[in-house]
Design a protein around this ligand. Structure first.
Ligand code: ADP
Ligand code: MG
Length: 594
């Protein structure tokens, strides 16, 4: 074939492929145009998942009759004029290619009434052939109707999914736009069904509640935080997150916005999930919407129309901001699991609430079990090197507390019966204590007289180098002793004291699946956070008293005192609850007293 210039219609069709992939991408472009035009209310209507009809109406500034045809032309935009404008873009669009691309692959009608005028005008484009403007009915604003998307590009049409799958993607686009623009009213209709109908909301959090409704679960928590750099640049975070009890195994809404744009960012997603670590089973997913407002110099927003990824000037700094802010929101909430399946008293400052632990009233009759408090053992709840360190609060008086089956501790608190899993709680206490300790210094280790050795698979041995600094912080001195074996020379004393086999412990850490996947993660901050928490989990678990261990009333008292002084004491490091609270009112109900 000889070389020739492509006809404009074909050029547009090829360009369309980059902008218009499916109905959802058309919706995104049209909504962004409406927002750029200053709309206060946007209505989206689709039929057949958007491939038959996709219509976006707005009450924005409108388009002049004489410019209707230009709006559909390639590289025609009202948003930039000279090259310098590219450096101060504050609109969504600026390339002037969306409408022309859509018009190349569909039948498009633009009806608009320029603000300040009374007559609306309409033009039609059939796969790029544009009609003259005709007078039309309609008030202020613009309506763009797209029919028969990809009718002239069968390959594209075949690539589309079912109507409901396409409609779902359109819904996601609309809900993202609604989340990012709370002051604009949005409505989405799919066929005869009203999918979204959102009045203008006063603030982003109110909009999140409207859009997500039930899926955030009861009493969602508000995230708020900020961080700044020496050069004056700063980042702010607001958002709404679910309580750990509302986490589910299927991942639902998890969204992050940067300066009003939804982004996908694995590292920040990880930061949010990591903040939930230890508050629920690891397989469960949180529901969250996070808004980041950052200094433009801190982020490179990739300007390709379809890409939602950004590049951070300092990804670790952002990770930390998100992680800390979400963690704080969770920390300030009272997350004690409720035995009756209801939520515990919501949003009271956790510390204020927990102080009541120390004023337990003796209302728990020992007749519940018929068992008496178990005899004293030699175990001391604080097993690090300062046995009394946990004794910060005056202990609960032991006679008000019961140990059942050498496993459960039962007492009354704040009008509820509380059942504590002694192993889970002690595991959390140990976890936080070790973590606090290594924030200050390496853990104390004990030199082993004879190095302890164990066999490990070569791929696990390969992780040793990455993990050596981490092990050193944790008081573990371990080296490779051959192609498939390790030798542990030093190990924390409190673990040896609990009869933990040093070599076996390290071998298990090296073959731990979560640790292995953390090592493969490319984000160094992520690796450090998760790997550390994983090994801490293992240590705390080994060091903690077990279910079935008999402990003295004094030890129980100390453990319960630690409960009120320990962060996240409502859940063990694996996320299982440490305690369950059954409101007395619930008990009364079961006895038919209410
Ligand atoms: P861009 O948004 O990049 O400028 P588009 O092809 O999306 O390019 O739109 C071309 C032009 O059409 C815009 O610059 C704007 O002037 C006009 N336009 C499109 N949609 C609307 C709308 N809903 N209201 C007002 N003007 C619009
Ligand atoms: Mg545009």
């Amino acid at each position: 074939m000889p070389i020739r210039l492509l006809p404009p219609a074909l050029v547009n069709q090829i360009a369309a492929g980059e902008v218009v992939e499916r109905p959802a991408s058309v919706a995104k472009e049209l909504i962004e145009n409406a927002l750029d035009a200053g709309a206060r209310r946007i209505v989206i209507r689709i039929e057949g998942g958007g491939r038959e009809v996709l219509e976006v109406s707005d009450d924005g500034g409108g388009i002049a009759r004489g410019e209707l045809a230009l709006a559909l032309a390639a590289h025609a935009t009202s948003k930039i004029a000279v090259s310098d404008d590219l450096n101060r873009i504050h609109t969504f669009g600026f390339r002037g290619e969306a409408l022309s691309a859509i018009a190349a692959v569909a039948h498009v009608t633009v009806t608009s009434c320029l603000s300040g005028t009374t007559q609306a005008w309409s033009i039609e484009s059939r796969f790029g052939e544009v009609s003259d403007p005709m007078p039309a009915a309609g008030g202020g604003g613009t309506r763009i109707e797209v029919r028969g998307l990809f009718a002239n590009v069968p390959a594209r049409r075949h690539f589309l999914r079912s109507d409901s799958a396409e409609a779902a993607r359109v819904t996601e686009v609309v809900s993202n736009a609604a989340l990012a623009n709370p002051s604009v009213a949005f409505r989405l209709e799919s066929g005869a069904r009203k999918v979204l109908d959102l009045a203008a909301a006063g603030d982003p959090i109110g909009r999140v509640d409207d859009v997500l409704g039930e899926s955030l679960g009861a009493e969602p928590l508000t995230v708020i935080g900020e961080a700044s750099n020496d050069d004056g640049t700063c980042a702010m975070i607001t958002g709404s997150i679910c309580r750990p009890v509302s986490m589910r195994s299927v991942s639902r809404t998890q969204r992050i916005f940067v300066n009003g744009r939804p982004i996908t960012d694995r590292s920040l997603m990880h930061a949010v999930r990591e903040a939930y670590r230890g508050l629920a089973e690891p397989s469960l997913q949180p529901v969250f919407v996070i808004f980041l407002q950052v200094d433009p110099s801190l982020v490179d927003v990739n300007v390709h129309p379809q890409k939602s990824e950004v590049r951070w000037r300092n990804a670790q700094w952002m990770h930390r901001l998100v992680f800390r802010s979400v963690q704080d929101a969770l920390r300030l909430a009272d997350l004690t699991a409720d035995g009756a399946g209801l939520l515990a008293t919501p949003s009271t400052h956790a510390r204020e609430q927990r102080t009541h632990t120390r004023e337990v009233v003796a209302t728990t009759p020992s007749a519940i079990t018929g068992r008496s408090v178990s005899p004293v053992s030699s175990w001391a709840p604080s097993s690090l090197d300062e046995p009394d360190r946990l004794l910060i609060a005056p202990p609960v008086r032991a006679h008000e507390v019961l140990q059942i089956d050498s496993t459960w501790i039962v007492f009354a608190e704040d009008g509820a019966l509380v059942i504590v899993d002694q192993h889970a709680l002690h595991e959390r206490v140990m976890f936080e204590e070790i973590r606090a300790r290594i924030a200050v210094d390496d853990l104390m280790s004990q030199q082993l007289l004879v190095p302890a050795t164990a066999d490990v698979p070569p791929e696990a041995l390969a992780r040793l180098e990455d993990l050596a600094p981490l092990f050193a912080r944790l008081g573990i001195d371990v080296v490779a002793a051959g192609p498939r074996s390790i030798a542990v020379h030093a190990f924390p004393g409190f673990l040896t004291g609990r009869g933990v086999d040093a070599a076996e412990f390290v071998a298990r850490a090296l073959t731990n699946e979560q640790l292995a996947s953390a090592c493969e993660s490319s984000e160094p901050a992520a690796l450090r956070e998760s790997a550390l928490a994983d090994v801490l989990d293992m240590m705390a678990c080994k060091a903690a008293i077990k279910g079935g261990d008999k402990i003295s009333p004094d030890e129980i008292a100390r453990l319960l005192a630690a409960r009120s002084e320990t962060e996240r004491s409502t859940n063990c490091p694996h996320g299982r609850p440490t305690s369950v609270r059954i409101p007395i009112a619930e008990i009364e109900k079961r006895f038919g007293r209410r």
